[in-house]
Design a protein around this ligand. Sequence first.
Ligand SMILES: C[S@@+](CC[C@H](N)C(=O)[O-])C[C@H]1O[C@@H](n2cnc3c(N)ncnc32)[C@H](O)[C@@H]1O
Length: 320
Amino acid sequence: MYAQAPENEFARDVREGLARDGQKTLSCRYLYDPVGSALFDAITCLAEYGLTRADARLVECHAAEIIARIPGHILLAELGSGSGAKTRPIMLRLGERLGRRRKVIYYPIDVSGAALERCARELASLGTIVPLETDYLEGLERVAEQRSPGETLLVLFLGSTIGNFEPEEAADFLAAVRSRLSPGDALLLGTDLVKPAAQMLLAYDDPAGVTAAFNLNLLGRINRELDGDFDLRQFEHVARYDGAAQRIEMHLRSRSDQVVTIGKAALVIEFAAGETIWTESSHKFRPEQIVALACAAGFRLERQWIDCEWPFAESLLRAQ
Ligand SMILES: C[S@@+](CC[C@H](N)C(=O)[O-])C[C@H]1O[C@@H](n2cnc3c(N)ncnc32)[C@H](O)[C@@H]1O
């Protein structure tokens, strides 16, 4: 039902990230195979990971206002939807507005086929779900092509996934999103805010080891899909906070000097004990930084809500 991600692209990216001089890297988009998506869903249930609950509270509390602020017929899309659990209140409010005349149409966009299958199954009763298993911008482009005259796009980008981009990439990404929208279209952007470092570190290094398993699974995925021979027990999960860059970094640290072979990437890599692979960054924001980022990309801030239990901002932006 869903297209497989081209294997050669994964192999090429792994080769580029691990064969380079200096800091080895792997792209966080590859964390989300079926095992990784299931582990991510488990992370969102952890007491230490307050981010998802804050995001969900804000969407739930303000869904009616969000929909009321966007006139006309709305086409709903979500970038990196995952299982789409937080989108339920938006679909419900949208369904109330449409009544029996039309069905809600929702386009979840994600590189994880497993997450999209769950999303389509769990939200099926609320409208027509059109899963797009592809990259964010390619998916948004396909949604924009579907729109009829007079329809307004409401694009959700929740979970602070924007924080996975480097600051310059985030600015370019928002501009690229804006270029696929029309004036008046809306973007609902969920962003985690800067908070005490210890609280942020616990969210990315929980004592039960779920986040560690999520991170290590990336090496397991390389073994399964690219014929690698990583010994997962020879790597450990590390989370660090860089205050100047306002970002949590996740790394995988080699416990020993070792050599790893990845057959389908034609790669033999040496690791020194203590050397790391940088797998994900999660940038944290101050409310005014989000507004500046959005305005520079051609949006204006319509409304911003901040959760009072876990500092997290939901910003409703309109394309200018
Ligand atoms: C941090 S999770 C957030 C999931 C969900 N939106 C939430 O808030 O809980 C990021 C999601 O984006 C997806 N993703 C990562 N890189 C992607 C890309 N380049 N294009 C589309 N989806 C991507 C992942 O598969 C994952 O489901």
